[in-house]
Design a binder for this molecule. Sequence first.
Ligand code: NIG
Ligand code: FE
Length: 413
Amino acid sequence: MPEQPETPSRGALIATTVVTPIGPAPVRGARLDEVRVLHGGSLAWEDGTLVFVGPASELPAGFEAVDHQGCTVVPGFVDCHTHLPFVGWRADEFETRLAGRSYRELHGEGGIYRSARLLAEASDEQVLNFCGPLVREMADHGTTTLELKTGYGLSVEGELRQARLAHRLAEIAPQRCLVTLLACHAVPQGRDRASWVRAVCEELIPEVAEASLADAVDVYVEDIAFSTGDLQAVAEAATLAGMGLRCHADQLGDSGAAAAAVALGSRSADHLNHLNGQGIEALGAGTTVATVLPASTFVLRETSPPVRRLLEAQAALALATDFNPGTSPVLSMPEAIAMGCTLYGLTPHQALTAATANPAWVLGVADRTGTLEPGKRADFLVLEGDAFAQVPYRPGHDPVLHTFVGGRRVAGR
Ligand code: NIG
Ligand code: FE
């Protein structure tokens, strides 16, 4: 059952500060920092849609505004890279890695294959009972739109089941969810890579498209997973099926995946820890959004991606959690934003644009959400503190007082 709304979808507020990126998305290079800051700003919304964003003195008549003194209002966070739905944690692998084993070494007994086994063993109800509280916790941390991915199915039937579970999770989630098919996440055990890629392109993608089970297709390009040739085959099948492309690129090593993703018109190239100079140039010139996932960098103690050089090259940047039980058991966008600032050197306002307007473009919903402007859905947050910098400045502290989706309060504290 969808969450019961706690407030009507018509209202207004005044806050000490209102901050929003300025579209159109995707916002590139230096423009990520050029947000609109309204001191003493206000919002008004009707039927779930923003009808006014501006100085409190100009708030249209007929609205009774709630006054959030000392608070900052921003667009709701858009988490454009998560691996929900999954079931079960892998804390023992975390401990094993701390003791010196690598993520690559655990790929088999552990890693993606382990989560695939856990998913296969669980009933649909067990999976939804595990994931429901997690998406609600994400809403408490300010996520108003999120991506759900497959990738732990590892068979045609398994992937279809996970995509259907994603849709059932979307029904109970307080946020808006978009589903991505990551059938090329790991080569199913006992199967050769080429035959699996063929099955994905010839059977799975057409079936998923026919049943509208996903909006985009993702490929994990890595020496332990799939090649840039596989990415190209999947891109062709996705285009034929009318689906967007995404790519896990250059996370554990440099495979030239980011440049390949740009050449294939991928909406995003994600991770980028080992991005090479050609990839930086390609992302600077192309339409693909460079999506950085600092929580998985932190958890794996990976090299940081060349974020400053990407921005200098005029790339569009997005920032997401990569929430999954292996490389990023982090579901909080405020935590990812804090890591993006402290580990990657983003300014708070760059991080805000990368957590709202640009990921909305990656998910194909930038016309509806990601900035505060009349005509967009009233997806916004009331944050503690009079500046957005309070969020990355205080990692571990939950700054979200109220989360609104479509003008209704769905979470907060
Ligand atoms: O984005 N690297 C590939 N996929 C995930 C990890 C998945 C897992 O370990 O279960 C990632 O980091
Ligand atoms: Fe991922």
